[in-house]
Each structure stands twice: as structure tokens, then as C-alpha cells.
Design a protein around this ligand. Structure first.
Ligand code: PMV
Length: 351
């Protein structure tokens, strides 16, 4: 069921010494979506979400402390980060320094194999890898729940990429202190029966999105009349999803995932002004997925903050689904992903 993919190693990891650590993480695709924060600073969501971590598109991140440096440095795919990307990485390192009680600045070197900002969860793998590498470089000894909470502060969906396979991110209590809510909002693995799932990923446009997910969520929560009803139904979807995973019912998993994603996009379409990530090519793929179901193939679609479509199906049907989707978007890129591993440090020798 699991296929190993080569990971991107920026420099030989055996060069890692004290104050230096390298980690790898994979993106995840939410089957129950996270959409909307109740606390922007702490990144606390209104609803719980659930995802599958992929075995494709790894991000590899090395963090090296530099006691002499006056500021942090971030390199993304070999190019110095600027603007918002740099600001988010520095803010994240500030958080790690606060937790560790250490002042050193750091050099962050990240290699992403997923198109950045295209709704393919580059921020999930990016901040999960950064959380694991930075925690180790600064000498923090965190358990997985604490790493998940930390990754969450970089990007909500990153809380789930700490884990492999299926993971649920708890919204955390919405009463009590902010500290209680913070502690209660983390991801953990979800028990599932044997499913052998695949996600066929149709990249119809790999360009960066026009509206960031952060801005789109804010606008949706503040202005969409459909947001509250969706949030309420998403809580039920999450419970139904957990039950479907427990009994290994891939058809139910797909149906719930598809309705939850379409509902999320409906909330954005009703925002003022509307946020529309779905493109004509997205709809073409959705039509093809419907046709597959009419032909008796269990295939179900989900979309994030971008036009790309991920189609859930059984591993046995994945090649047939991929062929059908390729036929629908001849200019797109279609690949098959399976469940991948959680974020981890690369030890000597790159394991
Ligand atoms: O983690 P962010 O801030 O990039 O938000 C991701 C939101 C969605 O991808 C649309 C849904 C999800 O749960 O991953």
C-alpha cells in the first residue's frame, strides 16, 4: 500500500551537527476541510478537520542556528525568501525561540517539490518540516501532539502533516482560556480499517492563487451567510467520516469528503466579494468524476484553495481514474498518490 518516494536532501545530512537539523514532511489533503479561524494569532479553527497525508511532493528543510547572525535567513528552493513568505518563517522561528528560551537566529533552507501557493498544501508540508527541524535545532524535546500544535501556528493544515496516513485536527475547546484552547487544538492519527485508498491529483493550474487561503477564510467567516450552516454540518461530516473510516467504507468516505468540499466552496462563493478558486478545468474534471461513478467506479472529488482536483478512489481503480482524468484535462498533470509518512528528522545517511 505504501510507496516510498525519494526525498529531496539539500545537503548531505551527515553534516548535521549540534544546532542543525534536517526534516522531511509531506503535504496532506483534507477530506473534512479546515476553513475559518476563531483566533487568527493562535490559528484556532472553528471546526475540526481530517486529512490523508500523501506520499508525493515532500518538503525537506534544514535549520542551522547562527549565533553570530543578527537576523534570520530563509532560502526557498535556492532563492532567498522575501515578503510574506519570509515574514511567516521569521514569526515561526520567534515562537520556537520563545519556547526554547534561546536567542540565536537561524538559516532555514527549504526544498519544496510541490508548486507553492497553488492549493496543493505546500504550506502544510513546509511548516510541518520547519516545526520538526527547528524544534530539533533549538534543542526542544516535543512529543507529537506538541509538534502538531507548533506546526499549527505556522499554517493550520501543517498540524496534520506531522502524522502519516489519516489524521484528525481537533478544533480544541471554545470555552475557557486561550491557553486551554491552544493546548486542545492539535492533530492525531485516526484509527481506520483496511482501505487501500489513492488520491488521483489533477494539477490543472500550478500557478499561485490570486487570493491567499488566509484572506479567503477571513472574508468567508466575516461575510458569507453560508459559513455558519456549513461549519455546523461540517461537525456532523467529521463524525460520519470517522465512522466510515473505522468501518473501512471507502464509498461513504468519498461521498462525505465530496459534499464537505463542495459545501466549503459554496461558503466562499457566497462571500462578499466572492472567492472563486474553481475554474472551467475544475468543472470538467468534476464532470468526469460523475461519469466514472455512473460507470460504476467509486471516485469522489475534493478541492482546496485552488482549481486543482484530488480524486479519492481505491488503489485498484487508481490507474483507470487517472486515465479518465487525463482525458478530461490533456494540458494538466495527473498523478497518483497514496498514504504517506508523517514528518520526521533525517538522521545520518538521510533515513
Ligand atoms: O493551512 P492553510 O492556511 O493553508 O489552509 C488550508 C485550507 C484548505 O487547504 C483549503 C483546507 C484544509 O483543511 O487543508
Amino acid at each position: 500500500m505504501r510507496r516510498e518516494h525519494p526525498t529531496t536532501v539539500l545537503r548531505p545530512p551527515e553534516q548535521d551537527t549540534a544546532g542543525t537539523a534536517t526534516a522531511v514532511a509531506h503535504p496532506n489533503i483534507a477530506l473534512i476541510k479546515y476553513w475559518g479561524k476563531r483566533d487568527e494569532r493562535l490559528v484556532l479553527p472553528w471546526t475540526g478537520s481530517l486529512s490523508m497525508t500523501l506520499d508525493v511532493f515532500p518538503t525537506t528543510t534544514r535549520v542551522r542556528l547562527d549565533a553570530e547572525a543578527g537576523h534570520d535567513e530563509a532560502i526557498l528552493n535556492g532563492v532567498p525568501a522575501t515578503g510574506e513568505a519570509r515574514r511567516r518563517i521569521t514569526a515561526f522561528l520567534e515562537l520556537v525561540r520563545e519556547l526554547a528560551g534561546r536567542p540565536e537566529r537561524a538559516v532555514v533552507d527549504t526544498g519544496n517539490t510541490v508548486p507553492t501557493g497553488a492549493g496543493l498544501a505546500s504550506s502544510a508540508s513546509g511548516f510541518a518540516a520547519l516545526a520538526v527541524a527547528a524544534a530539533a535545532a533549538y534543542g526542544l524535546d516535543l512529543d507529537e501532539a506538541a509538534l502538531s500544535r507548533l506546526a499549527r501556528r505556522g499554517s493550520g493544515s501543517a498540524s496534520r502533516s506531522v502524522f502519516g496516513g489519516f489524521a484528525v485536527w481537533h478544533a480544541g475547546p471554545d470555552t475557557g482560556t486561550a491557553a486551554d484552547a491552544d493546548l486542545g487544538s492539535y492533530a492525531e492519527p485516526v484509527p481506520t480499517a483496511d482501505l487501500d485508498p489513492a488520491l488521483v491529483i489533477a494539477v490543472v493550474n500550478a500557478g499561485p492563487k490570486a487570493v491567499s487561503s488566509r484572506e479567503a477564510m477571513r472574508r468567508t467567516v466575516d461575510t458569507s451567510p453560508l459559513y455558519r450552516p456549513w461549519a455546523a454540518s461540517s461537525k456532523d461530516d467529521l463524525a460520519d467520516m470517522r465512522a466510515a473510516l473505522r468501518r473501512g467504507d471507502l464509498e461513504a468516505v468519498g461521498e462525505i469528503a465530496e459534499r464537505n468540499a463542495l459545501g466549503m466552496h459554496a461558503t466562499m462563493l457566497a462571500a462578499r466579494p466572492a472567492v472563486r478558486y474553481l475554474s472551467p478545468a475544475t468543472v470538467t474534471v468534476l464532470d468526469r468524476v460523475l461519469q466514472l461513478r455512473r460507470d460504476g467506479v467509486g471516485a469522489y472529488a475534493t478541492m482546496d484553495a485552488g482549481p486543482n482536483v484530488k480524486v479519492l478512489c481505491s488503489r485498484a481503480d487508481a490507474e483507470r481514474v487517472a486515465e479518465a482524468v487525463r482525458g478530461a484535462v490533456p494540458d494538466g498533470t495527473v498523478l497518483v498518490a497514496g498514504p504517506g509518512r508523517g514528518a520526521r528528522l533525517l538522521n545520518e545517511g538521510g533515513r
